[in-house]
Design a protein around this ligand. Structure first.
Ligand code: PLP
Length: 412
């Protein structure tokens, strides 16, 4: 099997599994307990928190463990809007009703700026808030998948309380100018949340230098286990809890800690930080080799997104006169795992919202494959994938009347 769907999830690294095992076996205590095995579990959680905080240049107290990227995105966006709305209402007496302000009234005075190419964890959260009366601007992107800082500034209103802009896109790998966005947010006193689920462990991040107030990440995108993530919340941003219950995570995220998962995330974060430079360099070499060969050896293939400004492991290519879903099935027969769009929209016939936002025509977007490379892949695998791809694309085009018509009408 050749696994090229690392943006959907990555294999758990052997060292990560090794680190997790004791917490699934003998050290199974609940970190809230007071006896030895519980204390050991608690210490392991705190060690992971410190490791992760160091990778971002922040304090341990600013890291809150969650169940993954989706929960972190939901928490950041919904709670930041709530906080900002309450802060605004404190400064305006007319909005107060006998000391208590209705949520609907609060939300009516809030505006979020996000982008058209966010993951559904962000998009659908913003849409849910919109249904409650909050205003949302979904910024356009250019053909490379980047937002314009000028448009971001222009979109700011007096009621704007939050920017939520992803660090790197999960489909086309485009990296956004996060530092510049953070500078604007700080200058204009607007909260800045970034979904760094695809970037964390792959790109260097400094939350201070980038002026990030909240950052979401997920372990399974960087060699850790599924079902665990974190939300970085800058000290001073008083996010109300999202999960109510016990007093875990300093009272802000209730629920017994996923100790093995958190320990695994800590180990994955540590490995990623130490090996990032080398791994990302090698991954980018594989990516460039794969892209170059696919574009030169398969006619009517086009790269989506930017050559330069993309995640090291991302290759997103459209093969005209094919259908992404059908290509996936043929590739699966060849033992190759890939994706047609984002994992979450697999099975949907609709072209991806990201490619649509980048202005790629539907008929081209439909024949799109996302091949995402990880540290475990090899250059030989890239060559095998190109050979298989040539066969699969040719097979599909042989049966595509559209392709025949096109070739028959070609001059000469
Ligand atoms: N945000 C982005 C950019 C993602 O790529 C994903 C997962 O694919 C998520 C959020 C959701 O993360 P999780 O699977 O941990 O809920």
């Amino acid at each position: 099997m050749i696994y090229l769907d690392n943006a959907a999830t990555t294999p758990v690294r052997p060292e990560v599994l090794e680190a997790m095992l004791p917490y699934l076996k003998e050290e199974y205590g609940n970190p809230s307990g007071l006896y030895l095995t519980a204390v050991k579990a608690k210490e392991a959680v705190e060690k992971a928190r410190k490791t992760i905080a160091d990778t971002l240049g922040c304090e341990e107290e600013e890291i809150y463990f969650t169940s993954g990227g989706t929960e972190s995105d939901n928490w950041a966006i919904k709670s930041a809007v709530q906080t900002a709305a309450e802060q605004k209402s404190e400064g305006s007496n007319e909005k107060e009703r006998e000391g208590e302000t209705e949520r609907a009234d609060l939300l009516k005075n809030c505006h979020i700026i996000t982008t058209q190419i966010e993951h559904h964890a962000v998009l659908r959260t913003c849409q849910a808030l919109e249904r409650e009366g909050c205003a949302v601007t979904y910024l356009r992107v250019n053909e490379m998948g980047q937002i314009s800082l000028k448009e971001l500034e222009k979109a700011i209103r007096p009621e704007t309380v939050l920017f939520s802009v992803m660090m790197a896109n999960n489909e086309v790998g485009t990296v956004q100018p996060v530092k510049e966005i953070g500078a604007i947010a700080r200058r204009r006193h607007i909260f800045f949340h970034t979904d760094a689920v695809q970037a964390y462990g792959h790109l260097p991040i400094s939350v201070k230098e980038m002026n990030i107030d909240m950052l979401s990440a997920s372990a399974h995108k960087c060699g850790g286990p599924k079902g665990v993530g974190f939300l970085y919340v800058r000290r001073g941003v008083n996010l109300p809890p999202f999960m109510h219950g016990g007093g875990q995570e300093r009272g802000r995220r209730a629920g017994t800690e996923n100790v093995p998962g958190i320990v695994g995330f800590g180990k994955a974060a540590e490995l990623a930080a130490v090996q990032m430079k080398q791994t990302e360099k090698e991954t980018a070499l594989m990516r460039d080799h794969l892209i170059r060969r696919l574009l030169t050896e398969i006619p009517y293939a086009r790269l989506n997104g930017s050559w330069k400004n993309r995640l090291a492991g991302n290759c997103n290519i459209s093969f005209q006169f094919t259908e992404g879903g059908a290509l996936l099935i043929l590739l699966d027969e060849e033992g190759i795992c890939a994706a047609a769009g984002s994992a979450c929209s697999t099975g949907s016939k609709e072209p991806s919202h990201v490619l649509k936002a980048m202005g790629i025509p539907d008929d081209i977007a439909r024949g799109t494959l996302r091949l995402t490379i990880g540290h475990q892949n090899t250059m030989e695998e890239m060559d095998q994938v190109v050979e298989s791809m040539k066969k699969c694309v040719a097979r599909l085009r042989k049966n595509a009347g559209e392709y025949e018509d096109f070739r028959n009408h070609m001059p000469g």
